[in-house]
Write a protein that binds this ligand. Structure first.
Ligand code: TA6
Length: 360
């Protein structure tokens, strides 16, 4: 205690339990803080926001929160959010609200399913692999910091590394969970920048996914990103994508449809792998044979990719069975190519996708 009786916060004690602070750095501003702590062994530990909020103002930035208090905060139950495992036994979080359930794996912060009263709105390949360090083919893989093959070094993982690394669940609120990851020596070997990425998943009447990237380096960096969403389509021959009429695109399919009327909604008659630029904020998928319409409302996404591999490419893809191509379509919320994002040190960028599934 100090002379005036107020509490003192010695740097070598946790300001919450006053135990030995084998720890994490308390953020002066109360914002989420990731930093290399110089005085102890903690490295880059995420501090749950709800824990920082409990810090006395005079303690902020002056003493480390100990690991025990961090872990205790992480284990606090959050309404509608429960710790579980995915079908492969990997760490996962389950969100529940309005009779809907979302499962999110810590590997890649990958949303694996979104169960609604009309079934799973998302699609998973018939031979899925839930393996540490690998994305499942389905749900919503997170593409970062590049899209597709690496432009210079094809030995680097396609679609970047974010979907293959472990993300931490750093904040949980009612039916909402935020996953975060930061650079590591392994990521810096592939992309030599310090960054922080956060994915916030919120389940209510809609499924909202917000991807936030922060430049924690001393240099500008440029990245591509995508929420590579696999939607259940029922019969792809009877499905259509609306909202991209007359939008400029590049076709990457090896065996694409010939001429098609670009002023009409997209129908599927061949391998389709189209990158639309200056995409609108609202699109929809009509999955006729499922009697379901899925509306995509996006914010800060200027690219949309529409992809179906058709049979020949399906045969070259992992986790797929021969007929899988008939049941899904990817509509990907992205910023790629000419719409890649450049951030100055300390700056952040936020892209949001809000999905609404309706049945007639
Ligand atoms: O987003 C479309 C695409 O780039 C396709 O060309 C196809 O490669 C797809 O992504 C799947 O990529 P993945 O690495 O998940 O097999």
């Amino acid at each position: 205690m100090t002379d005036d009786g107020s509490r003192s916060y010695p740097a070598d004690r946790c300001p919450l339990c006053f135990g030995d602070n084998q720890c994490a750095i308390a953020a002066p501003s109360g914002a989420q803080s990731i930093a290399e702590c110089e005085t102890c062994w903690c490295k880059r530990i995420d501090i749950p926001k709800e824990l920082l909020a409990t810090l006395p103002a005079e303690a902020r930035g002056r003493a480390c929160i100990c690991l025990g208090c961090c872990k205790a905060a992480m284990d606090q139950p959050a309404e509608g959010v429960t710790k579980t495992v995915d079908p492969g036994g990997r760490k996962a979080m389950q969100l529940e609200a309005n009779g809907q359930t979302v499962l999110v794996s810590h590997t890649g912060a990958q949303i694996l399913s979104w169960q609604t009263d009309s079934g799973n709105v998302l699609w998973t390949a018939s031979s899925p692999e839930h393996i540490d360090g690998k994305p499942v083919r389905g749900g919503v893989p997170v593409v970062f910091p590049w899209f597709g093959d690496h432009k210079i070094d094809p030995s680097k993982p396609a679609h970047g590394f974010a979907r293959s690394i472990e993300w931490q669940c750093s904040v949980r609120n009612a039916s909402s969970a935020t996953f975060s990851c930061v650079d590591t020596p392994a990521t810096r070997k592939m992309w030599d920048y310090r960054f922080r990425a956060e994915l916030t998943v919120t389940l209510g009447d809609t499924l909202q996914i917000t991807m936030r990237v922060t430049n924690e380096d001393e240099r500008d960096f440029t990245f591509e990103q995508a929420l590579h969403t696999y939607f259940a389509a029922g019969d792809i021959h009877k499905a259509s994508v609306h909202g991209l009429e007359n939008v400029r695109f590049i076709e990457h399919a090896r065996e694409p449809e010939g001429e098609w009327d670009t002023s009409m909604p997209i129908r599927f008659r061949a391998e389709t792998d189209r990158v639309f630029q200056q995409a609108p904020d609202v699109m929809s998928l009509q999955a006729t044979t499922l009697s379901r319409t899925v509306t995509l409302n996006t914010n800060n996404s200027r690219s949309t990719i529409v992809w179906n591999p058709w049979p020949n490419k399906t045969a070259r893809l992992s986790q797929m069975q021969a007929d899988d191509w008939q049941q899904f379509v990817c509509i990907e919320t992205a910023n790629v190519g000419e719409n890649q994002v450049t951030l100055m040190p300390g700056a952040s960028h936020e892209m949001t996708l809000t999905l609404t599934a309706t049945t007639p």
